[in-house]
Design a protein around this ligand. Structure first.
Ligand code: G16
Length: 543
C-alpha cells in the first residue's frame, strides 16, 4: 500500500516493445490472438498484467501460455491462466484489451493505473508467473517480450519451456496447491505424466490388451508430449501409432491435419489414404497445443467419403456422461451429474443428453463452459470441436473418498471414480487426458468405435467461415444462438431456417480468427448446403 507502479521502468522497457500504431487488439475467446508479427507489444503488456494479477491474488502463481492453438503457424497469442488452473477471471478482460491498445508509454501507464485502482491491487505484494509455449517459431521472441514485462514489474518468473496448454494449466494448479490438503500433483512435466499414467494403468489393468490407436498430433507440441506419456504406460495398456509429428517443419502445424481440420471438414487428415488406415480402427486428432481431441473411424472402405464417421466432443460427452452416471449409481452415492454444451452441439446430442441428465448451454469458449460445469457435483463439459473435460466438485471428491461401499460392485465403482478424478485434467480440456479417458471407457465396455457411435445419429451439419470487413458488427444473445446486430439479420435467418426440416442455424463472430462463423444443421442431408450457403450469403449482405 502506498507503493506506485514502477512507471519509469515500465516506460523504458515499453520503448523496446512499441505498439504497431493504430492496430486494434481484442481479448477474445481464448485470450489475445492474432498475427504473430504484430504481437510483441501485446506480449510485453501481458507480462505486466500477469504480474499485477498475481499481486492482486497475494502472490499466487499465474500462468501465461504462448500459443495460437488451432490457428495457422503465422498466428500466435497468449492464454492467461488463473491460480486454480482455470482461464483468467473475465472481469479483467476489458482491461487487457485497453492495455494492449494503449498507443503510447504514457497511455500504457495510465491504463495500468486504472486496472490497479479498479481492482485495488496491492503493488507491494509479491508476484509469480509461470510461462509456457508451443512449437511455433514466433514463440521465442514473444516469450522474451513477456519476460521483459514481468521483469519491469519485478515478478518472479518460472520458465516452463515447451508445454502443451493443459500441461501449463496443470503446473499452475500444482504450484498453487503444493503442500496443502488440495495438492493437485507434482509441479513438473514428469509429475503430469506420472499422475495420468498411474491412474490410467489402475483403470485398465486386467481389461485385456489394447488395440492400436492412430493419433494425428497436428505436427504440434502434442507429438513430443504423447511420446513422453507413452514412456510411462506399458505398450500392452496403450498402443499408439503417432502420425503428423513433424514439429521441426513449422509450416506443417495444423496443416491438413489436427482436430479443427478434421472436425470442420469432416474427413480424415490429408494423406491418410496412404497411411494404411483400416475400417473399424480408432483414430483421433489433437490440435496445435493439445487441448482438443476428436475421434473418428472408417465404417467402410478407405477412400469413400461416406465411410468417415466423426466422434467429436459431443460424442465424447455422451460417452463420458453415460459411463460416469452408471458408476455413480453402482457406487450408491448421491451426486448430480450435468453436461454443458454450446450452440455448436449437434441437436441430436443435446436431445440424447437431455433425456438422461441436466444440460446447460453457454457461449463458446472453455472459460464459459468451465464455470457452468462447476455448478454440478460432476460437470461434464465439451465443445463439439473436442475441447472439454470433467469437473468433480470438492464435495463430490470427498463423497467418493469417504463412501462405505455396500457391495463388491460398489467398491469397484468407487475405485474407478477415484482413479478417474486423477486421470481427468480438471483444469482445462486436455487431449492426452481425454484420449486416455475414452480408452478407459471403451475398454471397460469392450466397445469399438462403432458401438460408441451407436448412441445417436448426428444431424447433418456444417460450419462455414465468412470473411467480413468488421466482425465486431455482429453481436449475439441467448448463448450466441441469436443475433442482436446487424439489425434485421436475425429475422432473415429465421425466415431461411423455417424453410428446412428440423433446421437450426446461427451466426457469431469468431474470437480467435478474423471471420464470422455460420453453423447450420438440418434433418435432410441434401438440404444442408443450400441452408448454410443461404445464411452465409445473408451475412455477407449485412456485413
Ligand atoms: C479456442 C477456445 C475454444 C473455442 C475455439 C474457437 O480454442 O479455447 O473454446 O471453441 O477457440 O473459438 P472461436 O469460434 O471464437 O474462434 P483453441 O483450441 O483455438 O484455443
Amino acid at each position: 500500500v502506498g507503493e506506485g507502479l514502477p512507471a519509469t521502468l515500465i516506460t523504458q522497457a515499453s520503448d523496446a516493445h512499441p505498439k504497431p500504431q493504430g492496430h486494434k487488439f481484442t481479448y477474445g475467446t481464448a485470450g489475445l490472438r492474432t498475427k504473430a508479427d504484430t504481437l510483441d507489444s501485446t506480449c510485453f503488456r501481458v507480462g505486466l498484467i500477469g504480474a499485477l494479477r498475481s499481486k492482486k491474488l497475494g502472490g499466487k502463481t499465474i500462468g501465461l501460455m504462448v500459443t495460437a492453438s488451432h490457428n495457422p503457424v503465422e498466428d500466435n497469442g497468449v492464454k492467461m491462466v488463473d491460480p486454480r488452473g482455470e482461464m483468467l477471471e473475465s472481469s479483467w478482460e476489458p482491461f487487457c484489451t485497453a492495455i494492449a491498445n494503449a498507443e503510447t508509454s504514457d497511455e500504457l501507464v495510465a491504463s495500468l493505473e486504472k486496472l490497479v485502482a479498479h481492482f485495488k491491487v496491492d503493488l507491494s505484494a509479491p508476484a509469480s508467473v509461470v510461462v509456457g509455449y508451443d512449437t511455433r517459431p514466433s514463440c521465442q521472441t514473444l516469450v522474451k517480450a513477456i519476460i521483459d514485462g514481468l521483469s519491469a514489474m519485478g515478478a518472479q518468473t518460472i520458465d516452463a519451456g515447451l508445454k502443451t496448454t493443459p500441461q501449463l494449466h496443470y503446473l499452475v494448479k500444482c504450484l498453487n496447491t503444493q503442500g496443502t490438503d488440495e495438492a493437485y500433483g507434482e509441479p513438473t512435466e514428469e509429475g503430469y505424466y506420472k499422475k495420468l499414467a498411474n491412474a490410467y494403468i489402475k483403470l485398465v489393468s486386467g481389461k485385456g490388451e489394447s488395440a492400436p490407436l492412430t493419433v494425428d498430433c497436428a505436427n504440434g507440441v502434442g507429438a513430443p508430449a504423447l511420446l513422453n506419456l507413452t514412456k510411462y504406460i506399458p505398450a500392452e495398456h496403450l498402443s499408439v501409432r503417432a502420425l503428423r509429428t513433424a514439429t521441426s517443419s513449422p509450416n506443417e502445424l495444423n496443416h491438413g491435419c489436427g482436430a479443427d481440420f478434421v472436425k470442420t471438414n469432416q474427413c480424415l487428415p490429408a494423406g491418410y489414404d496412404k497411411e494404411d488406415v483400416k475400417a473399424g480402427e480408432r483414430m483421433c486428432s489433437f490440435d496445435g497445443d493439445a487441448d482438443r481431441i476428436v475421434f473418428y473411424y472408417l465404417k467402410g472402405p478407405a477412400g469413400a467419403k461416406e465411410s468417415f464417421r466423426l466422434l467429436d466432443g459431443d460424442k465424447i460427452a455422451s460417452l463420458a456422461a453415460d459411463y460416469l452416471s452408471e458408476l455413480v449409481k453402482v457406487a450408491g452415492i448421491d451426486l448430480e451429474l450435468g453436461c454443458v454444451q454450446t450452440a455448436y452441439a449437434n441437436g441430436s446430442s443435446t436431445k440424447y443428453l437431455k433425456q438422461r441428465v441436466p444440460v446447460t448451454c453457454t457461449p463458446t469458449g472453455v472459460k464459459h463452459l468451465h464455470h457452468a460445469a462447476e455448478s454440478y457435483d460432476i460437470g461434464v463439459y465439451f465443445e463439439a470441436n473436442g475441447h472439454g473435460t470433467i469437473l468433480f466438485s470438492a464435495s463430490a471428491q470427498r463423497k467418493i473418498r469417504e463412501a462405505s461401499p455396500g457391495s463388491p460392485a460398489a467398491q469397484g465403482a468407487l475405485e474407478q471414480l477415484s482413479a478417474l478424478v486423477d486421470l481427468i485434467n480438471q483444469t482445462v480440456g486436455d487431449a492426452l487426458s481425454d484420449m486416455l479417458l475414452v480408452e478407459v471407457i471403451l475398454r471397460a465396455r469392450q466397445w469399438g468405435p462403432e458401438e460408441w457411435d451407436g448412441a445417436y445419429e448426428d444431424l447433418p451439419n456444417k460450419i462455414l467461415k465468412v470473411n467480413v470487413k468488421d466482425r465486431f458488427l455482429f453481436k449475439t444473445e441467448d448463448a450466441e444462438r441469436r443475433l442482436t446486430s446487424p439489425a434485421g439479420l436475425q429475422d432473415k435467418i429465421d425466415e431461411v431456417v423455417g424453410k428446412y426440416k428440423d433446421a437450426r442455424s446461427f451466426v457469431r463472430p469468431s474470437g480467435t480468427e478474423d471471420c464470422v462463423r455460420v453453423y447450420a444443421e438440418c434433418a435432410i442431408a441434401s438440404e444442408l448446403t443450400p441452408l448454410a450457403t443461404s445464411v452465409s450469403k445473408l451475412v455477407a449482405e449485412y456485413a
